[in-house]
Design a protein around this ligand. Structure first.
Ligand SMILES: C[S@@+](CC[C@H](N)C(=O)[O-])C[C@H]1O[C@@H](n2cnc3c(N)ncnc32)[C@H](O)[C@@H]1O
Length: 229
């Protein structure tokens, strides 16, 4: 008789939804992926090769419809941006806009950001990581799915370079408190707010469809900035 091999199911911070795509998003995904997409692989990326130049490189995790990713890449042409998302319509949208605005400083990866960071990003190579409105998983039994926890903070600490930044925003107070607690207790990061708590609105952060919806529902927003020591 063969022994049962224990199989540990990964807890992920997302559920893959098929999501309806517009014809344009579909076209973007099909035609532009070969130009601006990076396949997930178990091998470290060389940013200089990927972008054809050496420049500070930033990551946005869960960029949604890419409003912020595109705006920031336009505003900072001297920096590189990698967007990581698993949601096809958003990826199609990002690719279309990269083409429309002729942005050579963005690449997109369609995979779980935790694995991308672990497998494809070299140690202490990132200028910053942005995560805006990560899925809040508000039911108690789902909170283990939240992306930002102590283990993830340790992973970020291994990938962000000295003096680099983490930028976070959420409209879910309980998750904001978890983020604050996790990062205030991580010795590799300093809280850049005045009172070791939340910051004013992150100056470069764009208003997204998701945030607009929150505003209509009267949600507050909590923002955090931490610096790698
Ligand atoms: C609530 S939405 C917010 C989207 C966007 N940041 C905004 O502000 O509109 C969270 C997004 O994070 C993505 N996401 C969640 N976990 C992820 C992961 N581990 N890797 C990549 N994307 C992830 C989801 O697919 C979803 O699009």
């Amino acid at each position: 008789m063969t022994e049962d091999i224990p199989f540990k199911r990964k807890i992920r911070s997302f559920v893959r939804r098929s999501g309806r795509m517009t014809a344009s998003q579909k076209r973007g995904l099909e035609e532009l992926w070969p130009l601006f997409g990076i396949e997930f692989r178990d091998s470290i990326l060389d940013f200089t090769t990927v972008f054809g130049r050496a420049a500070p490189t930033n990551i946005e995790i869960g960029f949604g419809m890419a409003e912020n990713l595109i705006a920031v890449a336009k505003a900072r042409p001297d920096e590189n941006f990698i967007g990581i998302e698993v949601h096809d319509p958003g990826i199609g949208n990002a690719l279309n806009q990269i083409e429309e605005f002729n942005l050579s400083n963005i690449r997109v990866i369609k995979h779980d950001a935790v694995e991308v960071l672990k497998r494809q990003i070299s140690p202490h190579s990132l200028n910053s990581v942005c995560i805006f409105f990560p899925d809040p998983w508000h039911k108690n039994k789902h909170q283990k799915r939240r992306l930002i926890n102590a283990e993830f903070a340790d992973l970020l600490a291994t990938k962000i370079k000295k003096d680099g930044h983490i930028y976070l925003a959420t409209d879910w107070q309980d998750y904001a408190e978890q983020m604050l607690n996790v990062l205030n207790n991580n010795s590799h990061f300093n809280n850049l707010s005045e009172h070791n708590a939340y910051c004013e609105r992150i100056e470069f952060r764009s208003l997204t469809k998701f945030e607009k919806r929150g505003q209509r529902l009267g949600h507050g927003v909590w923002e955090l900035i931490f610096q790698r020591t």
